[in-house]
Design a protein around this ligand. Structure first.
Ligand SMILES: Nc1ncnc2c1ncn2[C@@H]1O[C@H](COP(=O)(O)OP(=O)(O)OP(=O)(O)O)[C@@H](O)[C@H]1O
Length: 673
């Protein structure tokens, strides 16, 4: 076995060498080409050793739960379909697995008698099967190439995985972004590669079923047009689907519709009138829905001239009496984003505040032109969300997005975190060394958050890496080339820090090809839309949920020092507290009820609900403006509530510890730490 492993490792290295020498023409089958390309990525881009042994770190239950929660409604849908798929393969020695878009296994369904085998193979909830961690494999390669793949036995990169056979298919959201991977694997596959054709077909069908249900759920409040050339297929997962708004504009399109229209990406259809594809107007859609929404009718694809059969589902909206702000399920702003806020640039800009629209417009212009971007805005305004959206819209989208918070890594660790180290670089160093975030991001995007808090020595090292385009890991003599694209973010005024000599001027100019700003929530012209969308996101698109006018007005006029992050935390809590799915004033946090809100905006709303606290009695602050007074009071109250524990107070406010310290400094609050 040992010598078999060595032989496999040699074969992988030899194959990659041949490929590097451009002898690719010898490879005949398309799957061989794919495997050879993936081996090359594993060996060269990810610097993995095919002979490596040992099992990677497995996520603990809390992290695993968080990752499952991030999938929101998709997770229970996928779980149900996993059971369905497992019924087809029970007793075959195969397991069904679900991973997130980063390759972490979230769930496994399989024969209980085989659990040990799967655990030994590392196919276990919490394990990381991304290509950058374990090289070529079904899950990781499906993610890297964003398409269904089978990786059979010795096509795996690591010698230790050559007993496995894995067939995996991507699960995408209605905007084409990868959300998860469905996989069927065997830990001891003795069958041929050809026998996997059946397996991959099953996995693809199940992935499509999950996508279709998720699509329909995400757009409960919109028209859904389903179509196919064959009438019998219109209600099946293979049908094309369009989500269409009341005016006939296309909001989302599924894979099958893209294939039927022959378009590559959703952006080519989104925001386009459905008339351009089917010659039917928004008005005729309304008529069709009211007259015969359950009946199939024939329409013509105006581009190809082909006839298709179509059915139309009307919006399934309910509006609870007295409530103002629902039917925002699948809202364009927040609808499908998880905690990490995986929004597209399109969605961020649609009907948004003019400053946001302008920032998105500039981002689009520069994102593929090697221009480094600085994002500035207060904490919680969505700088990381925007950075991810830029990455996902750029040509680098298939490569990693690696985020580093320069303020939260201890100074002693930040160097190795960023630049990595070689085996034996220092006491306590991992045996296999570490690549470091800069190299991990190569070809993708390195997101440097809180850049203004980067220590001076590190600024010098980062500048060198940016200039020389290579990294020298700690303890190493050989620099490693890196393809670096940086997006930085800060809540601080970088030019001011440069002036004060805290931030290197040369680094500032290297990082700042363009500065894009995100407005504070209290300044946003689309604040009401943001609140409704956040509510829809936090309620998981539940149409029964609503907010009454008084509570809505209070949210509208509260100054939101923690911005969108604080808003989402507030709504999450209010939803947990409210009765009958309707948020009222009494369900809002104390600090929001007691904040000093300008009379013109707050009082009418308060008069509607006798349970509201009197803002006049609330403020005890000595801080300058009413806004600052409210902020200081909030800080003091939260600190008291959490017995002056900084970590818990920061978590409750939804801000970072650093931000909290900054605020305490600003108001001269001494915590005794
Ligand atoms: N446009 C948005 N759409 C959806 N969610 C958003 C948006 N902007 C912010 N959020 C939410 O607010 C939270 C904070 O966003 P993000 O981390 O991007 O802010 P930030 O400006 O980078 O904050 P910090 O400066 O504290 O790091 C996210 O977890 C996300 O849930």
């Amino acid at each position: 076995m040992q010598s078999g492993n060595h032989a496999h490792a040699r074969r992988v290295e030899e194959s990659v060498r041949r490929w590097s020498a451009h002898s690719a023409t010898r490879v005949i089958r398309p799957e061989d080409v794919r495997v050879a390309i993936s081996w090359r990525r594993s060996l060269i881009n990810h610097s993995l050793d095919p002979g490596r042994s040992g099992i990677e770190i497995v996520l603990d239950e809390a992290h695993l739960r968080r990752r499952r929660e991030r999938l929101g409604e998709l997770y229970p849908i996928a779980e149900a379909e996993m059971e369905n798929l497992y019924r087809h393969i029970t007793g075959s020695g195969y397991s069904v697995l679900l991973t997130d878009a980063e390759g972490y296994i979230l769930n496994r369904l399989g024969d209980p008698g085989l659990e040990e085998d799967f655990e030994r193979a590392g196919l276990w909830p919490g394990a990381d099967w991304s290509e950058s961690t374990v090289g070529t494999n079904g899950i990781g390669t499906c993610i890297a190439e964003s398409r269904a793949v089978t990786i059979h036995r010795d096509e795996h990169f690591l010698s230790r995985n050559t007993n496995l056979s894995c067939s995996a298919a991507p699960i995408r959201d209605p905007h084409g972004r990868l959300l998860a991977v469905l996989d069927v694997s065997s830990a001891h596959a003795d069958d041929t590669r050809e026998s996997q054709l059946h397996t991959i077909a099953l996995v693809r069908t199940s992935a499509r079923i999950i996508e279709s249900i998720y699509f329909l759920n995400s757009f409960r409040d919109q028209f859904i047009l389903r179509f196919h050339e064959r009438a019998s297929m219109v209600d099946l997962p293979h049908a094309g689907m369009l989500a269409i708004d009341g005016e006939g504009g296309i909001l989302a399109i599924n894979d099958s519709a893209r294939e039927q229209f022959g378009i590559q990406c959703s952006e080519a259809a989104i925001n386009t009138p459905v008339e351009e594809f089917f010659g039917i107007t928004g008005t005729s859609l309304h008529e069709q829905a009211s007259i015969q929404s359950d009946i199939l009718w024939r329409i013509r694809d105006v581009r190809s001239g082909k006839q298709v059969f179509a059915s139309l589902r009307r919006p399934l909206v309910k509006n609870p009496a007295g409530a103002v702000s629902q039917s925002v399920a699948g809202s364009p702003l927040f609808g499908e984003c998880g905690e990490a806020g995986e929004l597209t640039l399109d969605l961020m800009a649609r009907n948004a505040d003019p400053k946001v629209v302008q920032s998105v417009r500039c981002a689009r212009r520069v994102m593929d032109r090697n221009v480094p971007i600085v994002l500035c805005g207060e904490t919680g305004t969505g700088k990381e969300v925007l950075a991810r959206a830029i990455h996902n819209a750029s040509l680098r989208q298939r490569h990693p997005f690696v985020a580093v918070n320069c303020a939260s890594i201890p100074e002693s660790l930040i160097e190795s975190e960023l630049f990595g180290y070689r085996h034996g670089a220092f006491t306590g160093a991992k045996r296999e060394g570490m690549r470091g975030k800069v190299l991990e991001s190569s070809g993708g995007t390195l997101f440097l958050d809180e850049i203004g808090d980067m220590p001076p020595e590190l600024q010098t090292r980062l500048l060198r890496v940016l200039e020389q385009k290579e990294v020298l890991p700690l303890g190493s003599e050989a620099p490693v080339p890196v393809e670096l694209n940086v997006i930085s973010a800060t809540h601080r005024q970088l030019p001011r820090l440069v002036q004060d000599g805290i931030f290197r001027e040369d680094l500032y100019y290297r990082l700042n090809g363009i500065t894009l700003s995100l407005p504070a929530l209290r300044e946003r012209e689309d604040k009401d839309r943001v609140i409704r969308a956040a509510l829809a996101a936090e309620s998981g698109g539940n149409e029964e949920v609503a907010i009454d006018e008084a509570a809505f007005q209070r949210l509208l006029h509260y100054p939101w020092p923690g911005n969108v992050r604080q808003l989402r935390n507030c709504l999450r809590t209010a939803l947990a507290l409210c009765d009958g799915g309707i948020i009222r004033l009494r369900d809002l946090p104390q600090d929001i009820l007691e904040a000093d809100i300008p009379p013109a905006s707050g009082t009418t709303a308060d008069a509607l609900d006798p349970t509201v606290h009197n803002p006049a009695e609330a403020s005890t602050s000595t801080a300058g403006s009413p806004l600052e007074a409210a902020e200081k009071d909030t800080l003091l109250r939260e600190l008291q509530q959490h017995r002056w524990n900084i970590t818990r107070t920061a978590a409750s406010l939804g801000v970072s510890r650093n931000t909290l310290y900054r605020k305490l400094n600003k108001y001269g609050i001494d915590t005794g730490h």
